[in-house]
Write a protein that binds this ligand. Structure first.
Ligand code: NDP
Length: 285
């Protein structure tokens, strides 16, 4: 006899965001539910900014178990939630909602997903980090690096104002030593740099795009990571690999933020390998 779940809607999570042609996260999550023998669904729902409040009320009323938030809702969603995790509060951005009883709790799994990938190749504690970018992804990563007790973070950003805002947050609220370099030509890494991360959108959809880094200042002991997952084999990752650096592509971060969200919603550890394979299949890699 078929097992009927009750109430059915508790087994639905969703992604609220801008119009998308397709959603790799949906494909990855549905595959993970299937692998874990969970009769759950992950829906991609197009929500424009003026309807965000109503959409979150709807999620509450319908008893969805949770959801992801994507561009442009990661900051605006906060005022509609009941509680925030420590990291989400520091970042001022939420990419994951968990319904716990009647409460909607905002989490941020982007930075945690990145750190989980990073830990597979290096322990970030006491390391010197150079981070390109100061947008949402960079903020999430920088806060988690601070919470993981890195020695220093140098933010390299094109815009001074956004870069300084992130540096102030890191120094004042996360209490990690941080400074800012405003981009002028290719950035030359200082000796002692151990981890280099591209958290800008440079490389998205363009495998020839150049991150403004002087590649000659990379050395083979460094770990080089890129948040870009489509395509994952960015010019930065290819160049760093040729120089003998340890590299991390953006697929690892995408898989791990999904692994963390899956566990938050279901309480079950998903199969990360199956999730990565699903993404590779979806992205036709
Ligand atoms: P934002 O728009 O918030 O920030 C973009 C950042 O890139 C800013 O710091 C911006 O600098 C910088 N930038 C963009 N173009 C250039 C350029 N031509 N030269 C120099 N700097 C540039 O985007 P997000 O932070 O939300 O996302 C960044 C990337 O991260 C996206 O491509 C996204 O797909 C990816 N991402 C990957 C995830 C994963 O799981 N792998 C998860 C989340 C995001 P400025 O401040 O000067 O404008």
């Amino acid at each position: 006899m078929k097992k009927v779940q009750d109430p059915l809607l508790e087994t639905i999570v969703c992604c609220l965001g801008q119009p998308v042609a397709g959603n790799p996260t949906q494909f990855m999550m549905e595959r993970a539910f299937e692998e874990a023998a969970l009769d759950w669904r992950y829906l991609t729902l197009e929500v424009c900014p003026k309807d965000l409040s109503a959409a979150i009320k709807g999620l509450r009323a319908l008893g969805f178990k949770g959801g992801n938030l994507t561009i442009p809702h990661k900051v605006a969603a906060i005022e509609h939630l009941d509680e925030l995790s420590e990291a989400a509060a520091l970042m001022g951005a939420v990419n994951c909602i968990n319904r716990d009883g009647g409460q909607l709790i905002g989490e941020n799994t982007d930075g945690k997903g990145f750190i989980q990938s990073l830990r597979k190749v290096i322990d970030p504690q006491e390391k010197q980090v150079v981070l390109f970018g100061a947008g949402g992804a960079a903020r999430a990563i920088a806060v988690e690096l601070g919470l993981a007790k890195v020695a220093k973070i140098t933010i390299v950003n094109r815009g001074q104002e956004r870069g300084q805002k992130l540096v102030d947050l890191l120094n004042e609220r996360v209490q990690v030593n941080a400074d800012l370099v405003v981009l002028e030509g290719d950035h030359v890494l200082e000796g002692g740099t151990e981890i280099v991360i591209n958290a800008t959108s440079i490389g998205l959809g363009d495998e020839t795009a150049h991150v403004p880094l002087d590649m000659a200042s990379l050395t083979s002991e460094m770990v080089v990571a890129d948040v870009i997952f489509n395509p994952p084999n960015t010019q930065l990752i290819r160049g760093a690999r040729e120089l003998g650096c340890t590299t991390l592509d953006g697929l690892g971060m995408l898989v791990n933020q999904g692994v963390i969200a899956f566990k938050i919603w279901t309480g079950i550890e998903p199969n990360a390998q199956v999730m990565r394979e699903a993404l590779e299949e979806y992205l036709e890699l």
